[in-house]
Ligand binder design. Structure first.
Ligand code: UT7
Length: 323
């Protein structure tokens, strides 16, 4: 039996910190409201000349360093994002070129909004388990601030930029135990970016390329859905709630994270929470949280991790991982 094992993690956050106080100057909001309703204290914003692939490259370098693996030994790159630098080439191809990963190794992006990293991990796991690749980079990276309408207080206080990555390797010993992916396009109107190049350039206005969200409705669906996927993941592995060592959730809102932890009966000190430092970084949020908890020594080899995400589409997914 071949498994996919995570052998290195890395992440990158842009230098520029934007505080809640700065947002008070842009929209009718307050530091207190943002902290109480979301848990967010600050977020990072890319520099003017910085792109999503620039962040992805930094996170991938850090993951390769931590794994002790050379870029030349990577034979697959799967990158989750909803903010690629360009329509094509994919950001994965830009990472391949920048790092000097083998020419000819497959590299592609996966788009499932905030669930993209879990989707990318699932796809990669299937490659490795079936012998299609031996050692891969799985990356989540997004420049969500480029999709923000800085006059919409319902969204501009929530998101930030960042990237995270893992190096995975085919192994005889268990790593990823199961992955679970889902989508439901019927409620796409609750959370979307209403424009893409496929719609043409004729009717563009200042909100066309910006996130549109009915936050409270999304919130309720997210809490319900994540509760369900936790049950699905444990049942598929014949495990009980108390077997999980760490919940590594998508970092959108501290109240959504707390609701999922309650469902698992996990105390908050077994939940990796980084949303306060960088807001919702979409595809980057799970690998950012994972990297933080691995580097500070909370997550140790052998721990059982439950990764879960929910995002636009709607899309949602989970992965149960023996670290
Ligand atoms: O990554 C996955 C996708 N996204 C998410 O998971 C986000 C899901 N949604 C949320 O996190 C929450 O719904 C929000 C943080 C967006 C909003 O929190 P809420 O508790 O659901 O608030 P609400 O939308 O019900 O709004 C409550 C009040 C409203 O005012 P009234 O109608 O009660 O007078 C809003 O207009 O809060 C107001 N409000 C704000 N006030 C100050 C909304 N945004 C802000 C703001 N500052 N930034």
């Amino acid at each position: 039996m071949t498994y996919t094992r995570i052998i290195g993690t890395g992440s990158y956050l842009p230098e520029r910190i934007m505080t809640n106080a700065e947002l008070e100057a842009l929209v009718d909001t307050s530091d207190t409201w943002i902290r109480e309703r979301t848990g967010i204290a600050e977020r990072r914003v890319v520099a003017e000349n910085q792109t999503c692939s620039d962040m992805a490259i930094e996170a991938a370098r850090a993951a390769l360093d931590s794994a002790g693996v050379a870029a030349a030994d990577i034979d697959l790159i799967v990158l989750g994002t909803c903010t690629p630098d360009r329509v094509f080439p994919s950001n994965a191809c830009l990472v391949q070129r920048a790092l000097g990963v083998q020419q000819g190794a497959p590299a592609f992006d996966v788009a499932a909004a905030c669930s993209s990293f879990v989707f990318a991990l699932d796809v990669t796991d299937r490659f490795l388990r079936t012998g299609g690749a031996r050692r891969a980079l799985v990356i989540g990276a997004d420049t969500m601030t480029r999709l923000l309408n800085w006059r919409d207080r319902g969204t501009c206080v929530l998101f930030g930029d960042g990237a995270g990555a893992v190096v995975v390797e085919a192994s005889d010993t268990p790593g990823i135990l199961s992955t679970h992916l889902h989508a439901d396009g019927t409620q796409e109107d609750l959370l979307n970016v209403p424009w893409g190049p496929g719609l043409g350039y004729e009717r563009l206005d200042e909100t066309s390329g910006k996130i549109s969200m009915r936050g409270n409705e999304v919130f309720k669906v997210a809490v319900r859905t994540l509760g369900r996927i936790v049950d699905e993941t444990l049942a598929a592995n014949g495990l009980k709630k108390e077997d999980v060592d760490w919940l590594v959730p998508h970092q959108a809102n501290v109240r959504i994270i707390q609701a999922t932890a309650r469902k698992l009966g996990l105390p908050m000190d077994r939940v990796v929470q980084t949303v306060q430092h960088h807001g919702n970084t979409s595809s980057a949020s799970i690998p950012l949280a994972l990297d933080a908890a691995v580097r500070d020594g909370r997550i140790k080899p052998g721990d059982l991790l439950l990764l879960e995400a929910f995002g636009g589409g709607f899309t949602w997914g989970s992965a149960l991982v023996r670290f």
